[in-house]
Write a protein that binds this ligand. Structure first.
Ligand code: HEC
Length: 151
């Protein structure tokens, strides 16, 4: 009796968990996922921008941490741009992402390379190198936003 009750309770728990997960559509979850990663990218780019501009004192470890996180984050948003995620929640993604997928992927790859180079420059602590690598990275964000994000 006791054991049976446990099984029922566990089944009910599982059902409530899966209800939670599926109450949202797959497209909505994808859109929120990619926007969340992009927001985190914006957070770390902003932290580095403040230090490059001198609005915040440069701290090698703090800067390097953000550069490493950004480089890792740059690998992540693309899972959230799968087929069928053009709509399903408020989004600024342009339809061209799915009609010109090769260009979108190549711009994403470029951004990943730029962020990896920025993480390397950050580890050197050399501000001249950092500024160049930071500018190149920020440019890859802008290029893709100009091409693939609505205003
Ligand atoms: C290959 C294309 C691409 C690259 C590279 C890219 N983004 Fe984005 N970004 C997008 C798209 C598309 C959206 C809109 C996503 C949506 O609304 O579904 C977006 C949205 C955003 C948003 C808004 C998120 C929100 O909904 O609040 C921020 C912030 C952002 N990106 C930051 C960055 C930063 C910082 C970089 C560079 C380090 C970057 N992005 C690089 C394509 C890109």
């Amino acid at each position: 009796m006791h054991g049976k009750f446990k099984i029922i309770a566990a089944t009910a728990l599982l059902a409530s968990l899966s209800f939670g997960a599926y109450a949202q559509s797959a497209a909505e979850r994808s859109i929120q996922y990619r926007q969340g990663i992009m927001k985190a990218q914006g957070w770390h780019l902003g932290n580095m921008a403040a230090q490059v501009k001198g609005d915040k004192p440069y701290n090698k470890d703090d800067f390097s941490r953000s550069a490493t996180f950004l480089s890792q984050l740059m690998q992540m948003p693309w899972d959230g741009f799968g087929p069928g995620t053009e709509t399903g929640a408020p989004t600024k993604a342009k339809a061209d992402i799915w009609t010109d997928a090769a260009k979108f992927k190549s711009e994403g790859d470029e951004a990943g390379k730029a962020a990896a180079a920025l993480a390397q420059a950050a580890a050197s602590g050399n501000m001249d190198q950092i500024k160049v690598a930071f500018g190149a990275t920020a440019k890859t964000c802008k290029t893709c936003h100009d091409d693939f994000r609505t205003k």
